[in-house]
Design a protein around this ligand. Structure first.
Ligand SMILES: [Fe+2]
Length: 363
């Protein structure tokens, strides 16, 4: 869980921001003036500061200046200024004292979410620099491609297909060098859940497809793309359901299920979406026993790629850390999956387990 300080003297705005940031799964701190913002930043390791510019006892700029020149744990924390003016002078002086970004008031929830998502993982992403250059490129390019995919499809925008294809190539390059282990480990601390989940599903699916079945490099790239985009429709789900920090109730689960239709709508905008991408998007929640969704397909109606994607998706979800559950280790994940009778193709599950357990991947 990341720590976000909200510095805002208007209680209604403060509470509104707090609600959104909380829904994204982060812990919030509130300051109503500049002096207390500096005090909080002095003693807490914050991952992001959202700072109103017009606040009592030191302006936002004054507080930012003191935080940057302190020796506190949040000295280098990204700061996004909330400003009422989009004028060059304000922006120039904020940059000169170390602001990273701006939100001009009044702003909508979507913009706030976008900026929080962009900056809250900044320190984790900085640490990626320690990785091998290929691994760093894999994480950055794929995260950018996924961010682009989610951003541009929110309205009626279209998928940045070329970017996604490029990511798939990078993933395959990194796999060929046997470097994927530390790249996956480096993702663990990243909190941007849907992106990271999709990225991990993409990487594990590539690993799986390379070791299982006779796929050409082109087919592997397409399968990777399908896995990366399998949940892209989640972009159309309400945030309070998508990021709910506890287990979903029945009604919310029905809403979540709609992501498959949305994914197909988005992928369907392309007359040339490869069949494999469509199969993974459409059928990754179907089950061989017919108890899956959205169509309740069963037996041979559920194709091999969908069976593989279902196993990988569940494995990644179980080994992901969420606010309401720990990240289970690999052995435990397979134990849980074997208990869910009829949900998975047994042969596919066995192959995946053998591959993961023998590969030495730590996830
Ligand atoms: Fe899904």
């Amino acid at each position: 869980m990341k720590q976000v300080l909200i510095v805002e003297d208007e209680p209604i705005i403060q509470r509104g921001i707090e609600r959104v940031v909380g829904l994204l799964g982060h812990k919030t701190f509130a300051a109503f003036d500049g002096r207390s913002a500096v005090e909080i930043a002095k003693i807490n390791h914050l991952d992001l500061i959202l700072m109103d510019e017009k606040i009592p006892f030191l302006s936002g700029l004054g507080a930012l200046e003191q935080i940057r020149s302190s020796d506190g744990p949040s000295k280098n924390t990204p700061v996004v200024m909330l400003t009422a003016f989009n004028d060059k002078e304000t922006i120039k002086s904020a940059i000169s004292v170390g602001s990273n970004d701006f939100i001009v008031k009044p702003f909508d929830t979507e913009e706030l979410v976008r900026k929080v998502n962009k900056w809250v993982n900044h320190s984790v992403e900085q640490s990626w620099r320690k990785l091998n250059a290929k691994e760093e490129a894999l994480l950055r390019v794929t995260l950018d491609a996924l961010t682009g995919a989610f951003e541009t499809t929110k309205g009626h925008g279209t998928l940045p297909f070329a970017l996604v294809k490029d990511s798939c190539d990078r993933i395959l390059n990194v796999l060929e060098l046997g470097l994927v282990d530390s790249a996956l480990t480096a993702l663990k601390a990243h909190d941007d859940y849907t992106f990271v989940h999709s990225l991990r599903v993409g990487v594990y699916m590539s690993v799986f497809a390379r070791g299982y079945g006779e796929f050409s490099r082109d087919e592997l790239a397409v399968i990777t793309m399908g896995a990366l985009l399998h949940d892209v429709g989640k972009v159309k789900l309400p945030l309070q359901v998508l990021n709910k920090p506890s287990v979903l109730d029945k009604r919310e689960y029905q809403i979540i299920k709609k992501h498959v239709d949305y994914t197909m709508e988005i992928l369907g905008q392309y007359s040339n979406s490869p069949d494999q991408v469509m199969e993974i998007g459409r059928d990754h929640h179907e089950r061989p026993d017919g108890m899956g969704y959205p169509n309740g397909s069963h037996g041979a109606q559920v194709g091999q790629l969908a069976r593989m994607a279902a196993v990988v998706d569940a494995f990644v979800a179980i080994t992901d850390r969420r606010i309401y559950k720990p990240a289970y280790d690999f052995a435990k994940a397979f134990e849980i999956m074997k208990l869910s009778d009829g949900q998975f193709d047994e042969a596919v599950l066995q192959h995946f387990e053998a591959l993961v357990m023998d590969s030495g991947l730590h996830g």
